[in-house]
Design a protein. Structure first.
Length: 119
């Protein structure tokens, strides 16, 4: 059974940093694209950052470029999101997601971790 579990969220002040982790289990994910999404109350879930299976290709939504870094450790089946220079507008529930091997649709989701940035 595939499972994604996020951790590392919390309450921080504007300008602080946080690192989110997503531990994957149930199979190897080295051939799956993985990503971070975020959701605020009353709004949809939006893409934040994505990474290829081998970790060589990444992409980000414009609002986090230069502040957030996505990475992965395939040996440990862990996905990371390093978030620096946090802003109040980064406040959201953050979800990690994964595709089936060599696919493009995110079918596996974690339960989410809350990030709250006070201004």
């Amino acid at each position: 059974q595939v499972q994604l579990v996020e951790s590392g969220g919390g309450l921080v002040q504007a300008g602080d940093s946080l690192r989110l982790s997503c531990t994957a289990s149930g199979r190897t994910f080295s051939t799956s694209r993985m990503a971070w999404f975020r959701q605020t109350p009353g709004k949809g879930r939006w893409f934040v950052a994505g990474i290829s299976g081998d970790g060589q290709s990444t992409n980000y939504v414009d609002s986090v470029k230069g502040r957030f870094t996505i990475s992965r450790d395939n040996a440990k089946n862990i996905l990371y999101l390093q978030m620096n220079s946090l802003k109040a507008e980064d406040t959201a529930v953050y979800y990690c997601a994964a595709t089936q091997p060599y696919r493009a649709v995110y079918e596996y989701w974690g339960q989410g971790t809350q990030v709250t940035v006070s201004s």
